[in-house]
Design a protein around this ligand. Structure first.
Ligand SMILES: Cc1cc2nc3c(=O)[nH]c(=O)nc-3n(C[C@H](O)[C@H](O)[C@H](O)COP(=O)(O)OP(=O)(O)OC[C@H]3O[C@@H](n4cnc5c(N)ncnc54)[C@H](O)[C@@H]3O)c2cc1C
Length: 553
C-alpha cells in the first residue's frame, strides 16, 4: 500500500499537508532507521521523519562505533548470562531485568545483522577483535573498522533508500496526536519552509534519542535536547529514571576543545593528575583505579575541580608512559586531530573534564517496545529502564540495534490488526498547538543558554538538595517567562520555541527526579545523601499534570 497524500491546504499563513501510514517513526538515528527497515521488510507502509536528515543526524552518527556483544572470541568464558550480570551490576540493580536480558541475549545477532547490511568490523580472521572496557567482565567490544557511527547509519540508509520507506527529512515533531489515550500520529513542522504536516498512523515509534545538550558541557549533537521526553510527558505518559545522566569523564578541554577520546584501552598506562600533579583516582576507586566505570571517574574528577585542585577547570591527562605507536594503533582520531593542528600530544598539557553524555532514563517500554499508551512504541536512547542507574560502555548502539528491530517488527504486526483512528483535522491540530505556551517573549536561544547553565551548576555531576531546589526554582522562572505571549512573526520561531520548551520540560524532569532520589546510586551522586539507601531501590517516575506542571513519584 502506498502512503497517500490526501490534501494540501492553506490555513492563514500556514500550508498544511496530510499524510498517513501504517507505521510512523519519529527520529532518524540508528534506533529509528533499524525500526523502519524492519517494519518495511514486514510489508508495513512506513514514514520515517527527522528534524535533520535521516541517517545523518543524532548522536548515532558521531558515536565512536563500539558495540558490545558477548561472542567470547577474545575470552571463551564470555556469554549472554555474564553480559546480563554486568549490565545489572553497572545499573546498580535498578534495571528493568526483562529488557536487560533481551539486550544481552540479542546483542550478537545485532552485529551479524549489521555485517549483512554492509557495516564492517575489526576482525582477526573469522573472529571479532574484541576489546575490554571498564565494567565488562571480558573483552566484548566489537569495533567498526572505520571510526564513527556514520559508518553504521550510512549502509543502513542505503538499504532504506532501496526499499519502500517514505523518508521525510527536516520535519520536527511538534506533538503527538492522542485520542482516547491512543496515539494516532503527530503534527510536524518543516525546519526549512515552515510547512506543517499532519501524519496519521496506526502505530507510532518514538526514536528521538536523548538530551545531553541541555547541559553546558556535553558530548552530544546540538539538537539533542530531549524532544522525545517532552512529547511523551505532554501526551500523558510518565518517564522513569530521569535523574540518571551519564557524564563522560575525560572530554578534552585543552589544547583541543570538546574532543571525546576513549583512553580505556590503555588501562593503568595513563594517569589523571590534579593541579598538584597528584594521581587522585586511587582515593575514589582504591582497588583498581584504571578500571573505574564512567560514573566513578566523573565524580572523582568533578570533586577535584570543586575542591580547587583543578587546572583551568579540568584535570591533567598524563600519557607519558605511552609509546606514540600505541596512540596511532588505539586512538587514531586523537592523533589525526593533533596532527592537523600541528600539535604534539606528548609536549602539550592535556586537560580533560567530564561532560553530559547519555540519558539512562526515559519512556518505559515492555519487551515488545510498547509504551503505556495504545499505538505508541519507543526504542533507543529515548527509552528508560534498560541500563538502570548507569550504562556500561558501548551498550547504547547495541540497544538501538536490538530494540530498533523489535520496535519495527512489533509495530508492523500491530498495524496489520488496526484501522486508522479518528485523527484530528489539520486546523484542529494547529489550533491545539497554538493553545500551548508556544508564543514567547524571551528568545528561544536565550532560554536554551540559560537552561544549560542552570543544569550544569545545580543538576550536574555532584548534586545536593539545596542546589537542586535552586535549579528547579530558576527553571520554573524561565517557564513562567515563556508563558508571556507575543505574536510569532516567523515560522522558524515555532520550531525554535518548540525546541526550547522541550528542553525546559526535560530539564525540569531531570531536576525533579534528582531531588526525589535522596540517596546516591550509579551516576546520581548527592553529597547530602552520599550512600546508597535500599528504600530507593525502585524507579522514580515523573509525570505532567493538565496545567503542564511536573511532579516526581
Ligand atoms: C560522542 C558520542 C560517542 C558515542 N559513542 C558510542 C559508542 O561508541 N558506542 C555506544 O554504544 N554508544 C555510543 N554513544 C551513545 C550512542 O551514540 C547513542 O546513545 C545512540 O546513538 C542513540 O541513538 P538513537 O537512535 O536513540 O538517537 P540519535 O542517534 O540521537 O537520533 C535521534 C534522531 O531523532 C531526531 N529528532 C530528535 N528530536 C526530534 C523531533 N522533535 N522531531 C523529529 N526528529 C527528531 C534527530 O534529528 C535524530 O535523527 C556515543 C554518544 C556520543 C554523543
Amino acid at each position: 500500500m502506498q502512503c497517500y497524500l490526501a490534501d494540501t491546504q492553506v490555513y492563514g499563513w500556514v500550508m498544511v499537508q496530510e499524510k498517513s501510514c501504517d507505521v510512523l517513526i519519529i527520529g532518524g538515528g540508528l534506533a529509528g532507521i533499524q525500526a523502519a527497515l524492519q517494519a518495511s521488510r514486514m510489508n508495513a507502509n512506513v514514514i520515517i521523519t527527522s528534524e535533520r536528515r535521516v541517517g545523518k543526524s543524532g548522536n548515532s552518527v558521531i558515536a565512536q562505533g563500539g558495540y558490545s556483544a558477548p561472542f567470547g572470541h577474545a575470552d571463551p568464558r564470555d556469554n549472554p548470562e555474564v553480559f546480563y550480570e554486568d549490565i545489572v551490576k553497572s545499573g546498580e540493580y535498578l534495571n528493568d531485568k526483562d529488557l536487560a536480558n533481551i539486550l544481552a541475549k540479542d546483542s550478537c545477532r545485532g552485529v551479524d545483522e549489521l555485517r549483512r547490511a554492509g557495516v564492517t568490523f575489526e576482525m582477526y580472521g573469522k573472529k571479532y577483535a574484541q576489546k575490554q572496557y571498564p565494567g565488562h567482565s571480558y573483552p566484548r567490544n566489537c569495533c567498526i573498522s572505520k571510526e564513527g557511527g556514520i559508518n553504521i547509519t550510512l549502509p543502513l540508509l542505503d538499504q532504506l533508500k532501496r526499499g519502500r520507506v517514505n523518508v521525510l527529512n527536516h520535519f520536527h515533531a511538534l506533538r503527538l496526536f492522542v485520542v482516547d489515550h491512543q496515539c494516532q500520529g503527530g503534527l510536524f513542522i518543516s525546519t526549512t519552509s515552515g510547512e506543517m504536516i499532519v501524519i496519521g498512523s496506526k502505530a507510532t515509534i518514538l526514536a528521538t534519542g536523548g538530551g545531553g545538550s541541555i547541559f553546558e558541557r556535553s558530548t552530544n549533537v546540538k539538537g539533542s535536547t530531549g524532544d522525545g521526553f517532552a512529547l511523551a510527558l505532554e501526551a500523558g505518559m510518565a518517564l522513569r529514571d530521569m535523574e540518571f545522566i551519564q557524564f563522560y569523564p575525560t572530554i578534552m578541554m585543552s589544547p583541543v576543545d570538546n574532543l571525546l577520546i576513549d583512553f580505556s584501552p590503555f588501562g593503568g598506562d595513563i594517569t589523571l593528575l590534579n593541579r598538584k600533579g597528584e594521581p587522585f583516582l586511587e582515593k575514589h576507586c582504591p582497588k583498581a583505579p584504571e578500571s573505574c566505570t564512567r560514573d566513578v571517574k566523573s565524580q572523582a574528577i568533578f570533586r577535584e575541580i570543586m575542591e580547587n585542585r583543578d587546572v583551568q577547570g579540568g584535570v591533567m591527562l598524563d600519557i607519558s608512559n605511552l609509546h606514540p605507536r600505541e596512540l596511532i594503533e588505539n586512538v587514531p582520531s586523537f592523533v589525526r586531530v593533533f596532527k592537523v593542528r600541528n600539535l604534539d600530544p606528548f609536549k602539550e598539557t592535556l586537560i580533560v573534564a567530564p561532560a553530559a553524555h547519555f540519558f539512562m532514563g526515559g519512556v518505559q517500554i515492555d519487551e515488545h517496545c510498547n509504551t503505556s499508551m495504545e499505538g505508541l512504541f519507543a526504542c533507543g536512547e529515548v527509552t528508560g529502564g534498560i541500563h538502570g542507574a548507569n550504562r556500561l560502555a558501548d551498550s547504547a548502539l547495541t540497544e538501538c540495534q536490538v530494540f530498533g528491530r523489535i520496535a519495527g517488527e512489533e509495530t508492523a504486526k500491530y498495524s496489520l490488526t488496526r484501522t486508522f483512528g479518528k485523527c484530528l483535522s489539520p486546523i484542529e491540530a494547529i489550533l491545539a498547538e497554538q493553545a500551548k505556551d508556544s508564543l514567547v517573549a524571551v528568545s528561544p536561544s536565550k532560554i536554551m543558554a540559560a537552561i544549560k547553565g542552570i543544569m550544569w551548576r545545580h543538576v550536574g555531576i555532584v548534586r545536593d538538595g539545596k542546589g537542586l531546589e535552586k535549579g528547579i526554582q530558576e527553571l520554573e522562572k524561565l517557564r513562567n517567562e515563556f508563558g508571556q505571549r507575543k505574536e510569532v512573526s516567523d515560522r522558524q520561531d515555532i520550531y525554535q520555541v518548540s525546541k526550547a520548551r522541550n528542553a525546559l520540560t526535560t530539564a525540569l524532569a531531570v531536576a525533579k527526579a534528582a531531588l526525589a532520589r535522596r540517596e546516591s546510586r550509579g551516576s546520581h551522586y548527592r553529597k547530602d545523601f552520599p550512600t546508597q539507601d535500599d528504600r530507593y531501590l525502585r524507579p522514580i517516575g515523573v509525570e505532567m499534570d493538565n496545567c503542564g506542571n511536573l511532579s516526581a513519584f
